[in-house]
Design a protein around this ligand. Sequence first.
Ligand code: ADE
Length: 243
Amino acid sequence: MRFDILTLFPEIFTGYLGQSLLRRAIDKGLVEVYLHNIRDWSPDKKHKKVDDRPYGGGPGMVLRVDCVVPCVEAVQSMVPEPGHLVMLTPQGRRLTQAVVRQLAQQSRLLLLCGRYEGFDERVRLLLRPDEISIGDYVLNGGEVAAMVVIDAVIRLVPGVVGDPEGPQWDSFSEKMPGLEFAQYTRPREYRGLGVPEVLLSGDHGKIAQWRKENSLQRTRQRRADLLGESAPPTPPPQNPPLH
Ligand code: ADE
C-alpha cells in the first residue's frame, strides 16, 4: 500500500516513520510512504508563500488554492495509479474502525494535511476529497491526524501485524464489535491483585465465554453508545496515590 503525505511540515513525520511496526512494513515492501512539501508548489517562487489573509477579514491565514491544487495534481500523476485523496480536517466524517476498513481497501492514499485556519474552499470544490476528522477537537494541523490514519490502516494491510488473527480481535472489529476484554500476563500476583482463575484453567470454552462477558460488561460500563444504549456522562476517575 502506498501513502503520499502532502504537508507543509514533512519533518514532523521523520520520528514516526522510523518507528518499529511501520519501519518493518516499509522494509518488507508492504507499505511505501512518500513525503511531499506543499511549499514546493507555491507560485511565489521567491518567498514560497503558501497562505494568505482571508477575504472578508478575520483571524489567521488560509492555505492558497493555487498552491494546494497543483501540488495534489502533481503528486497524483507521479505514478499511473490514481490515489484516493483524503483531506485531514475537523470538518470531515469521523474516523472509526469502519472508515479505517474502507481506507484499507485502497492501494494508494494521498493524505492532505492543512495548517493555519484551513484550506481555501475551492480546494474542496475542485478536488472533492474524502474529508476525515479524527475527533471533535482542533489540532494545530492535519499531520498528527494523518499519522493516526496511517497507524490504523497499516494494521489491516496483510502481513504488517505479525499475527494475522490479531487485528480481527481489536476493539471495534468484526469479531470484537465493542471493547476488548481485560488481558493479564505474568506475574500471577502483584500487590495483592491476582488473575481471574478461569484464565489459568486451560479450559478454552470457559475462557472464551469469560472474555465475551467481560467485553460486554466493559463496553456497557464505558461505551454504552456502542451497544445502542444511552449512557450518563462519567466523571474522570481519581488516580490513586503513588507508592
Ligand atoms: N486538523 C485539525 N484538527 C483536526 C482533526 N480533529 N481531525 C483531522 N484533522 C484535523
